[in-house]
Design a protein around this ligand. Structure first.
Ligand code: HEM
Length: 417
């Protein structure tokens, strides 16, 4: 079951992204500032203070937290404190799953497999409890059902918190309610009201708890790593191409206003970052987050004159498409966001570019992903200057991991403006 209209609807997007992503961008900012407005002082595995309000940061792990927080607010209405529950569980599970394709023997090593399975079980029980308590809360709110209300998210979160804590992770589940907000009269994120779980339960389609749990986990997984890699590569490319960076910076300063001298930017202002949108699109062309797509042929067909029988597996290289000089010109290897200007887009084949796939199974979160990336990157550029440390080699990418990510730590210098 999918909820494309909800995710793509501009109205709901305004609520989904404007509030959480702006506060998540602030989260990145406070990560960069080490919790101190005065400077970048905290040191951990991903942030090394350099003094004078600057730090060497491994940005992708910060972006991952930000995007996971956004999607957990959208999917299950978690506020930032409650959303802390997810990284401890999901990041560890994802990291292990990402290693499996090229280290399959890990599944046979008990000291790896046992904690992995325990985390999977914790994750399933967390999501399961959330569904059960939300169902119970809805039933008790409906007169005549006779059901008893159960305490919703905090109960589920605290059990996950206990479980994750047992795993040695620093997990705290806040019990506070998400801030109330309404878009076109519809309340969203008021203690979980109007989130994806609500939409599923209110859709009128009868789904088992297992089906709903699978749906939520798909959203939570599909909806954060891809976006965090888009942001990581966009920052890297901007730092690599100073001319493009200057243009993006000028637009951000003009549209959002300088920090400290104007109020918090509005959703509308972020929408107006046209060049930044081209930057993000071009970043997804150069570093295509999902470089291959798999399909199974369901009926007999021909491909370039070759017969294809039903059941044949087809692998499409989106990376090859995005790096084709025939489609993109001789400067295909250059990072040039103007490719996405209306003048240059006109006449280009619609299927030349498909970072979100195309057709029936394309990405349902693409509008959300673009808006989220604009808010986070726009806020970052507004407040910080990004550069690469001297001698930073061109990052190698992992061949078997989707989304495409740097093989080694990709550090960048983040300097308060
Ligand atoms: C830059 C960010 C993102 C990229 C590049 C991306 C890319 C993709 C691609 C290429 C597919 C199709 C996979 C295939 O056909 O095999 C896909 C599917 C999907 N994406 Fe995204 N995605 C992004 C963000 C998101 C977000 C934020 C969400 C959640 C809200 C999301 C949810 C999904 C889901 C649920 C599917 C499966 C759709 C289906 O099977 O019908 N994605 N995504």
């Amino acid at each position: 079951m999918y909820l494309p209209c909800h995710l793509c609807s501009a109205n709901l997007l305004a609520g989904c992204v404007a509030k959480p992503a702006a506060s998540k961008a602030a989260l990145l900012e406070s990560a960069a500032a080490g919790g101190s407005a005065a400077g970048l002082t905290r040191s951990d595995a991903t942030t090394v203070p350099l003094g004078e309000g600057s730090a060497l940061m491994e940005l992708s792990s910060h972006f991952r937290r930000v995007t996971l927080e956004v999607i957990s607010q959208i999917a299950v209405g978690y506020n930032p404190e409650q959303a802390n529950v997810f990284p401890a569980l999901f990041e560890a599970v994802l990291d292990e799953l990402n290693q499996r394709p090229y280290k399959p023997w890990r599944a046979f090593l008990p000291h790896i497999e046992v904690p992995h399975r325990r985390r999977l079980a914790q994750m399933n029980s967390l999501v399961g409890e959330m569904i059960a308590s939300r169902r119970a809360a809805k039933a008790s709110a409906t007169p005549g059902t006779g059901a008893t209300a159960a305490a919703p998210a905090p109960a589920a979160a605290s059990s996950a918190s206990d479980a994750a804590g047992a795993d040695g992770n620093d997990v705290t589940a806040g019990a506070g309610e998400g801030g109330g907000m309404s878009v076109n009269g519809r309340a969203i994120f008021e203690g979980g009201k109007g989130d994806m779980l609500d939409m599923i339960l209110e859709s009128g389609v009868e789904l088992s708890d297992k089906q709903i749990s699978d749906e939520l986990k798909t959203q939570l997984f599909a909806g954060h790593e891809t976006s965090s890699m888009l942001l990581t590569w966009a920052c890297y490319l901007l730092a690599q191409y100073p001319q493009v960076y200057r243009k993006a910076q000028a637009e951000v300063d003009e549209v959002l206003g300088l920090p400290g001298r104007s109020g918090e930017p509005t959703f509308e202002q972020f929408r107006n970052l046209v060049f930044l949108e081209w930057v993000l699109k071009e970043a997804m062309r150069v570093y295509t987050p999902v470089p291959i797509l798999n399909r199974e042929c369901v009926e007999a067909d021909t491909l370039d004159g070759h017969p294809v029988v039903p059941g044949t597996g087809i692998v499409m290289s989106v990376w090859a498409l995005h790096n084709s000089a025939a489609l993109w010109g001789e400067d295909v290897a250059q990072f040039r966001p103007e490719r996405f200007s209306p003048e240059e887009t006109k006449g280009r084949h619609a299927w030349s570019y498909m970072p979100f796939s195309q057709g029936e199974r394309n990405c349902i979160g693409q509008n959300l992903a673009m808006m989220e990336a604009k808010v986070v990157l726009g806020t970052l550029l507004r407040n910080f200057a990004l550069s690469l440390p001297a001698g930073q080699a061109r990052p190698q990418t992992d061949s078997f991991i989707i989304p495409v990510r740097p093989h080694d730590r990709l550090n960048m210098i983040v300097q308060r403006r």
